[in-house]
Design a protein around this ligand. Structure first.
Ligand code: FES
Length: 107
């Protein structure tokens, strides 16, 4: 796994990505949906496992699930699991912050 710096600090990440707002990232050719929910950051594959819609065009609900804008399938941001077991789980990516910046783990 390779850690890729995406913000200069955790403070910048919080300023640029508000709670329950989704952001598309393209890192090393991978399309990733970045989210913040209840002060925690999550990253999952951007392509919905049902029919490949961009999840970053969707929404985050109060339970910390990303809701696909096309057919409203819901995925747990922590695990990537589709909440009704109708389609495959999403790939998840770790994030971390330290004194040198805010990073996403790409593999
Ligand atoms: S494409 Fe996402 S729920 Fe159908």
């Amino acid at each position: 796994m390779q850690w890729v710096k995406i913000f200069s600090s955790e403070a910048e990440a919080r300023e640029r990505l508000k709670d329950r707002v989704l952001q598309l990232l393209v890192v090393h050719g991978k399309r990733i949906c970045l989210a913040q929910h209840q002060h925690t950051f999550f990253a999952v594959q951007d392509a919905c496992s049902h029919n490949s819609e961009s999840l970053s065009k969707g929404a985050v609900n109060f339970m910390g699930e990303v809701v696909c804008p096309w057919h409203n399938y819901r995925f747990d941001l922590r695990t990537g699991r589709e909440c009704s077991s109708r389609s495959a789980d999403l790939k998840t990516y770790p994030v971390k912050a330290d004194d040198s910046g805010f990073y996403i783990g790409i593999y």
